[in-house]
Design a protein around this ligand. Structure first.
Ligand SMILES: Cc1cc2nc3c(=O)[nH]c(=O)nc-3n(C[C@H](O)[C@H](O)[C@H](O)COP(=O)(O)OP(=O)(O)OC[C@H]3O[C@@H](n4cnc5c(N)ncnc54)[C@H](O)[C@@H]3O)c2cc1C
Length: 239
């Protein structure tokens, strides 16, 4: 594995396009000059869209232990620009990327215990962290609490079930607006009572929150209210 962290703009080739949900796609990118990143970091993607240069951040959804490629997973928003452009890409297309960036990092030197709280497309850095734990065979204690509105919005559903079992990570999905019982999940928001129960035995863990600003703020407020030290709570928010 190449441990190179110089930041440069590169033109990547999209080598695979995987549709995750009706509005979310994963792009597998091959870089001419692969770099090392830490689990949780992001890249900047640039494109000319309607004669304007648009730049957006995307968390790297794959582990640096697999640095021969890099994946990003993009949910198309309701009023999209870049997210629509990326959802319409095909294999063989080129993409300008720059990175890695960011301090939302977890690795074996950060802590033995980690709690990941994600909502919607905020699951992407956690996939990278879980793959990293698996590939490095780490015996870290981890928990993943993932919140989505509906069952059909869940990204990486099968993969998360499998990956979390492989690394003995406790995983629970919360669906906030789903009516049917077709999904293996609890119903309702991640609230104070739920979180208080979930973090028993994890009070000394590091907490990672990722998703919309509303979700991230709500989770942080609850964690601090129930006595988690501010310095133990890391945030990545978008939207
Ligand atoms: C560090 C970082 C990492 C990110 N990683 C990812 C990622 O892995 N996957 C991903 O899909 N997005 C990610 N984003 C969000 C991404 O950068 C864009 O903001 C998003 O794709 C919308 O861009 P756009 O050009 O399509 O829409 P814009 O024209 O920029 O905005 C459209 C509207 O959508 C809102 N919005 C932005 N993101 C979301 C969202 N996820 N859900 C609902 N509304 C949103 C914006 O506030 C705005 O009101 C990340 C953002 C940051 C800062």
């Amino acid at each position: 594995m190449k441990k190179k962290v110089e930041i440069e703009t590169q033109v990547a080739i999209i080598t695979k396009v995987s549709r995750e949900t009706k509005d979310t796609v994963t792009l597998k990118l091959q870089l001419p000059n692969p770099f090392y990143w830490e689990p949780g970091q992001f890249i900047m993607v640039s494109a000319d869209i309607d004669n304007k240069v648009v730049k957006r951040a995307y968390s790297i959804a794959s582990s640096p232990t697999r640095s021969e490629y890099l994946e990003i997973t993009i949910r198309q928003t309701d009023t999209p620009t870049m997210s629509k452009f990326l959802n319409e890409r095909s294999e063989g297309d080129q993409l300008e990327v720059r990175g890695p960036y960011g301090k939302f990092i977890w690795n074996e030197n950060t802590s033995d215990k980690v709690v990941m709280l994600g909502a919607g497309s905020g699951i992407t850095p956690f996939k990278a962290m879980l793959e990293y734990i698996k590939d490095k065979n780490l015996d870290s204690k981890s928990k993943l609490l993932y919140s989505c509105a509906f069952g059909d919005n869940v990204i990486f559903d099968d993969l998360l079930n499998e990956l979390t079992k492989q690394v003995s990570c406790y995983y629970e999905l919360s669906l906030t607006r789903e009516q049917s019982n077709d999904f293996n999940s609890r119903k309702g928001r991640i609230d104070k009572e739920y979180l208080q129960n979930q973090i028993k035995g994890y009070e000394d863990a590091n907490f990672y929150l990722c998703g919309t600003p509303t979700f991230v703020k709500a989770m942080r407020d609850i964690l601090i209210e129930i006595g988690i030290e501010k310095t133990k709570v890391k945030r990545e928010q978008w939207g």
